[in-house]
Design a protein around this ligand. Structure first.
Ligand SMILES: C[S@@+](CC[C@H](N)C(=O)[O-])C[C@H]1O[C@@H](n2cnc3c(N)ncnc32)[C@H](O)[C@@H]1O
Length: 219
C-alpha cells in the first residue's frame, strides 16, 4: 500500500517554484520552509562526486545536485513522484530508479560520496534496516545527511503518519521513525558512522514554530 499512499501524496504536493528568492532555478532546501536553512554545502559535493537521494520525490534537490556537476542518482517508490521529476527536470541529467531505498542500496553495486534524504526514505524506513544498507554503499569518509520534522516530545520510534484523501475515504497510513537529536547521534554511532551531529534548525520568523531536524554523519 505504500506506493499508493505516496502516489496520493504526490497529487497533493505542489511543484517547486520556478525560481527561489535569489532568482536561482535550482537550489537545495533541507527544510519545510521556502528560502530557509542551509544548502547543498552540508553534503560537501565536489564535481564528479556520486550522490544518492533516498526518496527524491519530484526531484528539486536532486536537480540542484546535478547542476553541481555530480552524478545525481535518485530513488523513490512512487511512480507519480518520479514522473513529475522526469517531466520538470527533463534535461538535468538525473538518474532515477523506481524502487524501495533499502532494496536499491542492497542490490545496486554503486558506491556514493554522499547519500541524503529530505523528509524522504530516511524518515519512512526503520533505521535498523536502512543504516546498515547505507553503510555498505557510502564511501569511507562520505557524508550521510537527512532532514525531517523533529520528534514530538514522548513519541519516539515508529510512528504513524496519515495521508488524507477525500472526506469519504479513510486516510492512508505510512510509518515514520522519530527520535530526539541525541538519540540519532547514538544510533548512527552504533551503526558505525562517525562524527554524527543532529540539531533542530529553528523555523523562520513568523507564525510557524516547528523546526527541522537535520542529521549528519560520516561513513
Ligand atoms: C515527503 S516526500 C519528500 C520528497 C522529497 N524528498 C522532497 O523533499 O520533496 C517523501 C518521499 O519519500 C518517498 N519514499 C517513502 N518511502 C520510501 C522508500 N522506502 N523508498 C524510496 N522512497 C520512499 C515517497 O514516495 C516520497 O516521494
Amino acid at each position: 500500500m505504500t506506493n499508493t499512499a505516496w502516489d496520493t501524496y504526490s497529487k497533493q504536493k505542489p511543484e517547486r517554484r520556478p525560481t527561489n528568492a535569489a532568482g536561482e532555478t535550482t537550489w537545495f532546501n533541507w527544510t519545510q520552509y521556502a528560502d530557509h536553512g542551509p544548502g547543498a554545502e552540508v553534503l560537501g559535493i565536489r564535481p564528479g562526486a556520486t550522490v544518492l537521494d533516498l526518496g527524491c520525490g519530484k526531484g528539486g534537490n536532486l536537480a540542484h545536485v546535478a547542476a553541481l556537476d555530480a552524478r545525481a542518482v535518485g530513488v523513490d517508490v512512487s511512480l507519480a513522484q518520479l514522473k513529475a521529476a522526469e517531466s520538470r527536470w527533463v534535461d538535468a541529467g538525473m538518474v532515477l530508479h523506481r524502487t524501495d531505498a533499502v532494496w536499491f542500496l542492497t542490490e545496486s553495486g554503486e558506491h556514493f560520496d554522499a547519500i541524503y534524504s529530505v523528509f524522504g526514505a530516511a524518515w519512512f524506513t526503520d533505521p535498523t534496516e536502512l543504516l546498515p544498507a547505507i553503510r555498505e554503499r557510502l564511501r569511507p569518509g562520505g557524508v550521510l545527511a537527512f532532514s525531517q520534522r523533529p520528534a514530538i516530545e514522548g513519541c519516539y520510534g515508529c510512528q504513524a503518519s496519515y495521508i488524507n484523501r477525500s472526506e469519504d475515504e479513510d486516510p492512508l497510513v505510512v510509518k515514520r521513525w522519530d527520535y530526539e537529536p541525541e538519540r540519532w547521534v547514538e544510533i548512527l554511532h552504533q551503526h558505525g558512522f562517525t562524527a554524527a551531529t543532529a540539531r533542530v534548525l529553528p523555523a523562520p520568523p513568523g507564525q510557524r514554530t516547528i523546526g527541522t531536524l537535520l542529521v549528519r554523519a560520516h561513513g
